[in-house]
Design a protein around this ligand. Structure first.
Ligand code: NDP
Length: 297
C-alpha cells in the first residue's frame, strides 16, 4: 500500500472496553467483600461548576454499580481553603476511605497544588500528588492518572508490545500529556512530546506509529498528517455547534490510521473506569493485598 492509497481504520471501542473493565472490577470487588473489605471512593466537589456536577454524578453512579461505597462531600464555592484542607485531613485518617478525589477545577481563591498535595498519596486515585508524579517518573509503584492509564490500556490492547514504536504525544499538561509520555516511555516506546511551540508538528506526526492528541482544539490533527497504519488516540473533548468532537479530524484520519478512537465513545469512558481501577488498587494496597491483575501499568 502506498501513502496515496487510503485505508479504513479499526474503530477502537473505548465504551465497550471500559464496560468490560468495569465488569472485571466488579468481580474483584465481590471477592474483596467476601474478605470483609469494601472499597470506597470519596469525591469532594467545591462550588457548582455544571460540568463538574455531571462528572461527579456519573462517577458516583459507576462507583456504586461496581459494588464500591461512594461518598460525596459538597462544599460551597466560598469555602475557605483551610476548611477543605481540614476535610482532606479527616478523610486521610479515615480507614473506611480508600480513594479521595477532589474535583477540579477548584474556585480561584484556592491553591490547587496545595490541595492536591494534602491528599494522602496512597489514597490519591487521580494520581496528581507530587509523590505519585515523581514515582511514575522514576518507575516506582504509583497511583497513575486515569486518562493516560486508559489510553495505555487501549494502546496495549491494539498493539501488544509498544517497545520501539515511535509515539507522539501532542499536549504537555500535567493531567494528560506528561503522564502519558511517562507511561509510553515505561513501555519502551520512543516518545516525542509536542506542544504549542513545536515547529514541525506535521512532520513528527507523519513519523509516528502512535499519536495521542490531548490539545483541546476541535479537529486540530488533520487526516493527512497520520502515518499509514498508525494508532490514533484522541483525548480531546470539545463542545462545538456540531456536538462533542475530538482533537483529531476523525473522518480524515480514519482513512490513514490502522486504528482510531472515536469521540465520544473512545477515551472518555476509560477515564472513569480507570478511576475505579485505581480505587481498587488503592484498597488492595491499603490491605496488604497484591495489586489487582491488569489494572496497573
Ligand atoms: P491543556 O489545555 O492543559 O493542555 C493542552 C496542551 O495542548 C498544552 O500542552 C498546549 O501546549 C497544547 N497545544 C495547544 N495548542 C497547540 C498547538 N497549536 N500545537 C500543539 N500543541 C498545542 O489540556 P488538557 O491536557 O487538560 O486536555 C486536553 C484535551 O483533552 C481537552 O480537550 C480536554 O477536554 C480533554 N480531556 C479529556 C479527558 C477524557 O477523559 N477523555 C480527560 C482530560 C482532558 P502549551 O503547553 O505549549 O500551551
Amino acid at each position: 500500500m502506498t501513502a496515496t492509497s487510503p485505508m479504513t481504520a479499526t474503530l477502537i471501542d473505548g465504551k465497550a472496553f471500559a464496560a468490560s473493565l468495569r465488569t472485571r472490577i466488579g468481580t474483584a470487588v465481590t471477592a474483596m467483600k467476601a474478605q470483609g473489605i469494601t472499597p470506597s471512593l470519596t469525591v469532594v466537589l467545591v462550588g457548582e461548576d455544571p460540568a463538574s456536577e455531571v462528572y461527579v454524578r456519573s462517577k458516583g453512579r459507576m462507583t456504586r454499580e461496581v459494588g464500591m461505597n461512594s461518598f460525596e462531600h459538597r462544599l460551597p464555592a466560598d469555602t475557605p481553603q483551610a476548611d477543605l484542607l481540614a476535610l482532606i485531613d479527616r478523610l486521610n485518617g479515615d480507614p473506611a476511605v480508600n480513594g479521595i478525589l477532589v474535583q477540579l477545577p477548584l474556585p480561584s481563591h484556592m491553591d490547587e497544588a496545595a490541595v492536591i498535595n494534602a491528599i494522602d498519596p496512597a489514597k490519591d486515585v487521580d494520581g496528581f500528588h507530587i509523590l505519585n508524579v515523581g514515582r511514575l517518573a522514576t518507575g516506582q509503584k504509583a497511583m497513575v492518572p486515569c486518562t493516560p492509564l486508559g489510553c495505555l490500556m487501549l494502546l496495549r490492547d491494539q498493539l501488544g508490545s509498544l517497545a520501539g514504536k515511535n509515539a507522539l504525544v501532542i499536549g504537555r499538561s500535567n493531567i494528560v500529556g506528561k503522564p502519558m509520555a511517562q507511561l509510553l516511555l515505561r513501555d519502551s516506546a520512543t516518545v516525542t512530546m509536542a506542544h504549542s511551540r513545536t515547529s514541525n508538528l506535521q512532520d513528527l506526526c507523519r513519523q509516528a506509529d502512535i499519536v495521542v492528541a490531548a490539545v483541546g482544539r476541535p479537529h486540530f490533527v488533520q487526516g493527512d498528517w497520520i502515518k499509514l497504519g498508525a494508532v490514533v488516540i484522541d483525548v480531546g473533548i470539545n463542545r462545538t455547534d456540531d456536538g462533542l468532537v475530538g482533537d483529531v479530524d476523525f473522518d480524515g484520519a480514519a482513512k490513514f490510521a490502522g486504528a482510531i478512537t472515536p469521540v465520544p465513545g473512545g477515551v472518555g469512558p476509560m477515564t472513569i473506569a480507570c478511576l475505579l481501577a485505581n480505587t481498587l488498587t488503592a484498597t488492595a494496597r491499603a490491605n496488604g493485598l497484591p495489586d489487582p491483575e491488569g489494572l496497573t501499568p
